[in-house]
Design a protein around this ligand. Structure first.
Ligand SMILES: *Cc1c(COP(=O)(O)O)cnc(C)c1O
Length: 460
């Protein structure tokens, strides 16, 4: 019997992987999770010898009821746009192993999942004879990765709202230089919060949402979490080969909790993953939660690691479900308390994830140190993970630190840390400095975006 998907809040009946991937959220406001977690301990020795695409096939098929030949084709389609056949190579750097998740088209870890979502959506929509208009609100990185995954797809149009003038010049060009007909960049007046408010407003209008067939690919989409499980398994094998260690620990730079959640699933599947170390910047709601049981909203502080400038971690509810004894009634109660008063206490149960915070100075010091001592350039998100990982690691086990972005995406932080200009370069980024761009400027109002979708959405 293949895995079915249920809501963390217990509402709707179980559904298939295909339905879960296209739906995003459950109708009761909860997140979709697998109704059981497969145990893979008896296959790990065999899996250790597989190539990345073959391993991805074995992991994903445990959770996805797709025909074997289809799944292999979708994976091959996603993997071939990475610049190395290893997809996510592991390289040693001083006292740690760096898991490089930035070899996809936009140089950030979100590509690993979104490059698979593109072919997956095309396939599922073709099967159902449907089209989809995907709406994304981005503060920078998610938008370009979603565009790179969905550009040129037959059955999908993608509409990405970014706050005009408030994303970095590189991020803006990564989005607006993509000229495929199915890509629409909406430069919305206002802040990222305004973009999110517009997105919520449009999704709350159920007749509109259904007529326009609006979809989402944000980090709560189960298919994204699933794709991320693969590189946890992959990297543990690579480090075991390199060191002979039995168990491995991992440090994960964290924002919405999507990435580290995949590690949590991987460990529950039986992967010999010892400490799972969650790292935040000054926006430390998750660190407070795991160290003191205090999950309470704070003000978002802008930092040099902007993809982690998040106070409400949209994937946290999935972890909460397990931590509260897999009891949807308790999840409903806890989330109602949080949404009402902005606060949630999590004191009981095992603290099975370690967490720490690295402020800007510590992050910059880590970049400087790794450059001087190991000739490795860390991007600011990766550096937060390295700083916290070094502090919280078990000294007797190998530590994998995930590199979630290429340093060339964040030249300001590299300059601040090293005092040097032009250290971090990447030909893909040099290439987008010139060339045509396309974007649509819109006022920061739900009505304006709705009208744009009415005019340009497929089937509208
Ligand atoms: C999105 C992102 C993160 C945070 O990942 P979550 O899944 O939201 O925890 C970290 N680093 C980079 C570079 C990112 O783009």
């Amino acid at each position: 019997m293949s895995v079915r998907y249920i809501s963390t809040r217990g509402g709707p009946p179980p559904r298939s992987f295909s339905e879960a991937a296209l739906a995003g959220l459950a109708e009761d406001g909860g997140l979709l999770i697998p109704n059981r977690i497969p145990d893979v301990r008896d296959r790990l020795d065999r899996w250790a010898r597989l190539s990345y695409p073959d391993l991805a096939f074995e992991v994903i098929r445990l959770y996805a009821d797709l025909p074997e030949d289809v799944l292999r084709r979708l994976i091959a389609d996603g993997v071939h746009r990475f610049r190395t056949p290893e997809v996510t190579p592991v390289v040693p750097a001083g006292p740690v192993h760096i898991l490089e998740l930035f070899h996809g088209p936009t140089l950030a870890f979100k590509d690993v999942a979104l490059q698979f979502i593109g072919p997956l959506f095309d396939h599922l929509l073709a099967q159902a004879g449907q089209d989809l208009n995907v709406l994304v609100a981005t503060s920078g990185d998610t938008g370009s990765a979603a565009i790179a995954g969905l550009r040129g797809r037959d059955r999908v149009r993608i509409f990405v709202m970014h706050p005009r003038g408030r994303v970095s010049p590189i991020q803006e060009r990564q989005m607006t230089t993509v000229l495929d007909e199915n890509v629409f960049n909406l430069a919305v007046e206002g802040t990222f919060d305004d973009c999110q408010r517009i997105m919520k407003g449009l999704f709350a209008d159920v007749p509109f949402k259904e007529r326009l067939r609006l979809g989402a690919v944000n980090s709560v989409n189960w298919a994204r979490v699933l794709c991320q499980i693969v590189y946890y398994v992959w990297s543990v094998f690579r480090v075991r080969e390199a060191t002979g260690a039995g168990r491995v620990q991992m440090a994960v730079p964290t924002g919405n909790f999507g990435n580290v959640l995949a590690g949590y699933y991987a460990r529950r599947m039986g992967l010999p993953l010892d400490r799972l170390i969650l790292a935040t910047n000054e926006n430390d709601i998750l660190t407070r939660c795991f160290t003191r049981g205090d999950y309470s909203r704070g003000e978002v502080v802008p930092t040099l690691s902007p993809s982690m400038d998040i106070q409400v971690a949209s994937n946290f509810e999935r972890y909460l479900y397990y931590r509260l004894g897999e009891d949807p009634a308790r999840v409903r109660e806890a989330m109602a308390g949080f949404e009402g008063g902005g606060e949630l206490r999590l004191l009981e149960g095992p603290a099975d994830i370690l967490a720490g915070r690295a402020d800007t100075d510590e992050m910059l010091a880590a970049i400087r140190r790794y450059w001087q001592e190991h000739r490795t350039l860390l991007d600011p998100h990766t550096a937060v993970g390295v700083a916290v990982g070094e502090r919280l690691r078990d000294p007797d086990l190998p530590l994998v630190c995930q590199a979630t972005a290429h340093p060339a995406k964040f030249p300001d932080a590299i300059r601040k840390a090293t005092g040097q200009d032009g250290l971090a370069r990447h030909p893909l980024l040099d290439a987008i400095l010139t060339g045509e761009t396309r974007r649509y400027d819109l006022p920061g109002e739900v009505g304006a975006v709705r009208e744009f979708l009415e005019r340009n959405g497929s089937g509208a």
